[in-house]
Design a protein around this ligand. Structure first.
Ligand code: SF4
Length: 327
């Protein structure tokens, strides 16, 4: 049986809002509000939602690049949310991140060799000779060449830079990679190459991925399961097959209706959502999606729907699937 490598329970991030000359706290931005999920060893969990839904904040809290306001994160049996910052730095050897903008995340004044060696130095892995060898080995693994080691980030294309970003994340032999919109900044033709590379690396190096994206189309082929977030909460969580074949949450249905389907027989009716995503500093009461939901009922404005399992492995937070609330 596959076991969870990562377990997230009741994760919250509330950013205080300060106003006035005395900077008095006047409220909170609830960027992430009570999110729970797990990721099994060797699988890919996609996390999807519009900008401001809390997906990147969630990713950063898992590594404690941002401190959670509340909640528990357990990685490989160790509770990350209760260890010291020194221990956390050590734990980061096993959890690495790939960022959206590879150019911004690579130091322009350093050669690729220096950039890739840095994680090995930080975690005190190997010596000068073995580090150099590993840099060359990983450049080849990500589809670049050893001669690229002496070049600078600006000498590469966007796709190549993301390959360097991936190589840097792999240098410490991590178990979990959190990829935050890793292909969003790339041309569509290059996106597929980087996604294929990530899939090959997963098989070869037995990696576990959390793949954050704003588009359900991008995560479809790489994810085993997908979680859809809306305004800081998990709206739906299911296997890719179940989510794409039979989405349950009205928000997921709307997102999916915008994804082009190659088979004209299975054309989906496009659902256009009215209005913008509300501000997380003043989220709607009850179900936070009620201001845009075409199926809104009376209960939706006052009762927060819980994420419940309505089919094996398929979770949804919506009153349409809760008979007790409807009657
Ligand atoms: Fe729509 Fe109500 Fe379901 Fe929220 S709980 S998604 S408002 S039907």
């Amino acid at each position: 049986m596959t076991k969870p490598l990562l377990q997230v329970e009741g994760l919250k991030k509330y950013f205080p809002i300060r106003s006035g000359v005395l900077a008095k706290q006047s409220g909170y931005v609830k960027a992430v509000d009570n999110v729970s999920f797990h990721v099994n060893e060797g699988e890919t969990l996609g996390i999807v939602g519009e900008s401001g839904c809390g997906k990147s904040t969630t990713g950063r809290m898992l590594m404690r690049l941002l401190e959670p306001t509340e909640g528990k994160v357990t990685f490989d049996g160790k509770e990350l949310t209760s260890i010291s910052s020194t221990e956390m730095r050590k734990a980061r050897r096993e959890i690495q991140m790939v960022f959206q903008d590879p150019y911004a995340s690579l130091n322009p004044r350093h050669t690729v060799e220096k950039i890739l060696m840095e994680p090995l130095i930080v975690h005190n892995i190997g010596n000068a000779k073995s580090r150099k060898k590993k840099v060359h080995e990983f450049l080849e693994i990500v589809g670049l060449s050893s001669y690229h080691a002496k070049r600078y980030p600006h000498q590469f294309s966007g796709g190549q830079r993301q390959r360097i970003g991936i190589a840097r994340a792999l240098m410490t032999n991590p178990k979990l990679i959190i990829a935050d919109e890793p292909v969003s900044a790339l041309d569509v033709s290059i996106q597929a190459q980087v996604l294929n590379l990530m899939q090959d690396l997963q098989k070869e190096l037995k990696l576990t991925y959390i793949f954050i994206a704003h588009d359900l189309g991008v995560v479809r082929h790489i994810s085993d399961r997908v979680g859809v977030m809306y305004l800081g909460r998990m709206a739906e969580l299911a296997t890719s097959e179940s989510l794409y074949e039979e989405p349950l949450h009205p928000y997921t249905k709307a997102l999916l209706s915008a994804v082009p389907v190659p088979d004209p027989e299975h054309k989906r009716e496009q659902i256009i959502l009215e209005g913008d995503i509300p501000s997380p500093s003043n989220p709607p009461s009850g179900c936070t999606f009620h201001t845009r939901c075409p199926f809104k009922m009376e209960a939706c404005t006052s009762i927060v729907p819980k994420l419940e399992e309505v089919k094996p492995g398929h979770f949804v937070a919506c009153h349409l699937y809760n008979e007790q609330v409807q009657h």
